[in-house]
Design a protein around this ligand. Sequence first.
Ligand SMILES: Nc1ncnc2c1ncn2[C@@H]1O[C@H](COP(=O)(O)OP(=O)(O)OP(=O)(O)O)[C@@H](O)[C@H]1O
Length: 654
Amino acid sequence: MMLAGAQIVDETSVAFTTGNPGNTGTAGNSPPTYPAQGSSREAQPVAAAPPTEQGLHMIPKLDPVDIHFSNITCTVKLGITKGSKQILHGVHGRLRPRQLVAIMGPSGAGKSTLLDVLSGYRITGVGGAVFVNGRGRIMKRFKRMSCYIQQDDRLQGLLTVGENMKLAADLKLSTNLDKYEKGEVIEDILTNLGLYEHMNTRGAQLSGGQRKRLSIALELINNPLIMFLDEPTTGLDSSSCSQVVQLCQTLAHQGRTIVCTVHQPSASLFALFDHVYVLAAGRCMYQGTTKNLVSYLDQGGIPCPLYHNPADYIIELSCGEYGQDKIDLMANKSENGRALDWFDDFETIPTMEGLRKLMPLSVLRETEPTGGDEETSQTNQLKVLMRRGFMKARRDATMTHLRLIVNVVVGIMLGSLFINAGNEGSRVLENYNLLFAILMHHMMSPMMLTILTFPNEMSILSKEHFNRWYSLGSYYISITVVDLPVSIVGCAVFSVIVYTMSSQPLDIVRFCMFFAISLYTVLVAQSFGLMIGAVFSVVNGTFLGPTLSVPMMMFAGFGVTLRDLPGYLRWGSYVSYLRYGLEGFIGAIYGLDRPILDCNEALYCHYKHPRTFLNEVAMSPDEFWFDVMALSIFVVTLRITAFFLLKWKLDAVR
Ligand SMILES: Nc1ncnc2c1ncn2[C@@H]1O[C@H](COP(=O)(O)OP(=O)(O)OP(=O)(O)O)[C@@H](O)[C@H]1O
């Protein structure tokens, strides 16, 4: 029987071969490592790993790491008048290699915050130090060996599992690997994570557990040594929970350090973790092996009642259900995470000095990362991101299909409402209204679509960018390029419909001018939407977008002519891009020495001579190129500003 995934080689270029894993190249920055026959790697303990009970062929290339964190504090500012709040109170801890570590604690204890700090995601308001193998953490090196999987699965819902994996492999694996070698890596991961059969299922259609496993699969592609997972079991049924945790256990026992936050695990789930780190109100209550927890509680004089899940009991203690004194007792007993007495063989745990001796600097030199922050070049990132963007655009019901439909429908509606208004001298004011309505359409729909959809993209961008899939520059150029064809087609379709139905002058030059102004307006509005979407949430953006557009309309010269604007408000007409749009439209329709208009529908046509109308609205028909230049400056300035806002926002959330 052929598996579903095997049929999508052409569609996604994922190659599935039964070739020898040993063929996998090792060139490039960090290709996955397959153990050669008889290699010392085979001696490493590999636990039984559901769902396949084998574990990945891909084991970490680097030696396991020992992480030590000391006196970690984290303070957040609550606002100008509310002061600040300390979330973590100088906690210490040790994350031993090949261990699956659970960070547990009641809601609000600071678990996610600690994970954010340990993964390097949170940097603002953080104090203390993190050591890797006995030396201070160097963030660039640490990010190369770690990944962070946040709680909300940030996946490309429009792409299938296979496509998601293929694109991630193209971004995260060396370009020296060919598609067969990358295919082997993908096949190995998906098979072991029980996702191979769902190769052709779109991300949005996966179940919660499958989405979680896909999130892990995507990060496993470049074979990280340390994985941080925020609440990987939240929202899953007990079977999916234990599948995910068993998978994490297998990955840990292959030589990785895996740290997860968990809420309140069942006894069986709890037993799957090697180590547990319990937090309460930002202080450490216990740190040690899972099985030593009961004796720790016994020694502390707070024994776990018989038939009680120790995980539940320590959470109850940490919540303060048995009194604040118990919390203080545990924090003192664990020395806020400094004590290692409840680790297995704690006497043999190497000191910082011992770790440095085990891993001398000369050894580190050999593994020194070279090149940029990402695995592949900017050109490759751009190429892959554009491919991904076009795949998504083809399937995107909102950003592509709905947008095109709206252009057709609104075009027909406006065309019918202002039918034949373009040539008629008695309907010049109507035609002027039509031109303004067209501007409104070109302003509102791209701006609102961007404001509504970008925040979701932003969360995926934040995850992928933090995990070094690509640079912000490559991402930004790719979204700009990918959207251009849709904007051009939508605008062209709309322009043809409305231009012909309203009987504007049938002159190719005038039409091109009309189309150019339309497209520029769309691009400016979209960039404006991007600026808002990059910084604000959907709710705030939906309020701010139209609100900030009102002054643009007022200063466009439509209601109050540019001549009648009070001197102290004249600046407004220079910063309103709609003014240049309206002036450009006027230039296209009534400029170029347009002859006298027809006067078939009335006895008297006040605006029979276009000059009369132009004088009245105080607009020059000869400013077309100036308007184009002004709109170009708007596009470039807003795009650049949106880029820096995006960059700022990505850093600010950390
Ligand atoms: N940026 C912030 N501003 C204000 N308070 C914050 C901020 N981030 C976290 N907190 C507060 O810090 C505390 C710890 O938050 P954190 O998300 O780390 O808890 P948690 O243990 O992961 O909780 P849960 O299990 O419910 O997710 C909470 O009281 C939370 O409200």
